[in-house]
Write a protein that binds this ligand. Structure first.
Ligand code: GLA
Length: 385
């Protein structure tokens, strides 16, 4: 049992005086395919060795007692009082309980401690790790016999309806379906998926956390969704078969450019191109052509910066600095944007110089030290035996 698991378990024993079930629920990376999931496009995520550990035990009543180990904060409620809290973190847990109850699943209250090492709010989806972890735990504790897809959908609904972020399904899907040494190409429309081997001794996945966290991420995120919908609604008038940006070709979009708000046009261009990049990147993986794969990561970043406008100075700095290091295949911002992390593919022997140079550049330009993590691609949410 690793140190983090032991700490969370010890905290649970101390608070609640009984033995919990222990669940490991990972944060995710996404190699490419950003802001495509809610446009019914393609993504290429995987679960990581950065995880949240949930220690949990069921109760006979409807009382829920939560302890956030890393913040040393407590929260308790009952099923008929589930509502948003100023502490924020309880909302991810309460949201999951609310959607399970609404769907009519027979659950009871619980005692729960969670803690972990996913950078919070950093683009590795610590929120989906809490939501996916609790959905998995409820299914396990109450033997609800729900499949992974149902759990992913419920976890997403918690985020959409209770927390209020209109996110897609990528994060929860990666959290629940991740496998070691594999990334998942997910079609966010049909929810069909394929695993692609992602294991090279000579390559590392490096996460550079800008440590920037911006409150506007939620409102800007939801605004991007709306802008995509505006684009789709206009095109639908001409091509009724179009349901989503997934169905729009660049040629059709360009043909109606003058009727679209220039900002909406840019957003749509990005999504259409990003979907194409995911398809091509998967081909690169099959050919083991990491050089081309890396180039698509850079292109993805440029699109996110110039067309989708969800990057920020700090993320651009990290990517530009990474691009100057020898042995880096590609780099891009990851997740929703407006701060958080970049993801870079780095040759193993270059990780040291990457860390040194990127940290130095970032320090010089922003006055802050980035947090750099080398992550492994690991299994999705599971019970720790
Ligand atoms: C956040 C959301 C995801 C996805 C990404 C951007 O992580 O939760 O659903 O939209 O942003 O790709």
């Amino acid at each position: 049992m690793n140190e983090m698991v032991q700490k969370v378990r010890a905290s649970f024993l101390e608070k609640f005086g009984r033995e919990p079930v222990l669940i490991s629920s990972p944060g995710r990376i996404n190699l490419i395919g950003e802001h495509t999931d809610y446009n019914e496009g393609f993504v290429l995520p995987g679960a990581t060795d950065r995880a949240i550990i949930l220690a949990i035990a069921p109760r006979e009543d409807d009382v829920c007692r939560f302890h956030a180990f890393d913040f040393n904060q407590d929260f308790s409620t009952t099923f008929d009082c589930l509502q948003k809290s100023d502490l924020h973190w309880p909302d991810y847990l309460q949201g999951v309980l609310a959607v399970f109850l609404q769907a009519g699943y027979r659950i009871r209250g619980l005692d729960l401690v969670f803690g972990g090492n996913i950078p919070i709010g950093g683009g590795m989806s610590s929120s989906a790790a809490i939501e996916g972890g609790l959905a998995f735990a409820l299914n396990y504790l109450y033997d609800l016999q729900l499949d992974g897809l149902t759990l992913a959908r419920l976890a997403r609904q918690a985020e959409n309806d209770f927390v209020g972020v209109k996110c897609g399904i990528m994060d929860m899907f990666a959290n629940l379906f991740g496998q070691a040494k594999k990334v998942i190409k997910l079609d966010c429309r049909s929810l069909e998926f394929d695993y692609y081997p992602f294991e090279w001794e000579e390559v590392r996945v490096v996460i550079s956390d800008s440590l920037v966290r911006r409150a506007l991420a939620t409102s800007e995120y939801n605004l991007r969704r709306q802008q995509c919908e505006v684009g789709v609604n206009l095109l639908k008038k001409y091509y009724p078969e179009i349901k989503n940006l997934r169905d729009v070709t660049l040629a059709r979009l360009v043909a109606h450019q003058t009727e679209l708000d220039p900002v909406v046009f840019k957003r749509c261009v990005y999504v259409i191109k990003e979907n194409q990049r995911v398809e091509q990147a998967c081909q690169d993986l099959l050919r083991q052509d990491l050089f081309s794969f890396g180039q698509r990561m850079y292109e993805s970043h440029l699109g996110l910066r110039n067309e989708y406008e969800v990057s920020c100075r700090e993320l651009d700095l990290l990517v530009e600095s990474a691009a100057r290091v020898e042995g880096v295949y590609g780099s891009r911002m990851m997740g929703a944007g407006f701060g958080g992390c970049t993801i870079s593919l780095v040759r193993s022997e270059a990780v040291g110089s990457f860390t040194e140079k990127v940290s130095a550049d970032y320090r010089q330009a922003s006055g802050q030290e980035p947090a750099i993590h080398v992550v492994r691609i690991e299994a999705g949410t599971h019970v720790i035996q």
